[in-house]
Design a protein around this ligand. Sequence first.
Ligand code: ADP
Ligand code: 5GP
Length: 206
Amino acid sequence: MTQTEPLLLILSSPSGAGKTTLTQRLLQEKGLGMTFSVSLTTRSPRPNEVDGQDYHFVDRETFIARRDAGELAEWAEVHGNLYGTATSEIDRAREADARALLFDVDYQGARQIKAKLPQAVGVFILPPSMSELRKRLEGRGTESPESLSRRFAKAQEEIEHYPFFDYLVLNDDLQKALAELKGIIHAELCRRPRLAPRAEALLRSE
Ligand code: ADP
Ligand code: 5GP
């Protein structure tokens, strides 16, 4: 068990706003000490996705069995597929002394994580406009026309949940959005309760 709990950082957004891109950039910055919570999903892998790294790709039966066995900290149906976070992901980050654990989940997952772990910090990524969101979704080239329409149709509904989050990051410019996210992480890592034991140790020292 760590001296300090990992920062639990939830990233949510409508599909195509840039959450995966930003997550990957944060994970590449070794100095930040970020760990990714690898979710379970019943969705099929995209060509560039690696099982066990981007997601644990499972069939519906396996997902439901693991959910019913109480293995999931949260789960939701999103765009017709099941997604969930295994509680073991959180335990793993704690045992590994991770500085921060990043959850890429939808607003339903964000609410469930916050209900269980109120110290978690929620960040909602906003696209600059709905037309740019559509352009990004199309440009990614990963969705069938049906999936693309479904994801775009859900975007407004997802954005309605923005008041639940602690921070909003506008992803118009990737570098700017990344810098803002890093700013949030650094600030959250400096919150008084995290560093209070250090201050107390100084007070107890000679
Ligand atoms: P999400 O994970 O939120 O569904 P992605 O990270 O897959 O979104 O991004 C969707 C598409 O938009 C990708 O092709 C990505 O390269 C692109 N993208 C992400 N951020 C930006 C940005 N700031 N400007 C332009 N394109 C972006
Ligand atoms: P995608 O299929 O584009 O990877 O993800 C679709 C949506 O599912 C995104 O909003 C993403 O954040 C969400 N998602 C991914 N993993 C999880 C999870 O474990 N739980 C929940 N609730 N949502 C998830």
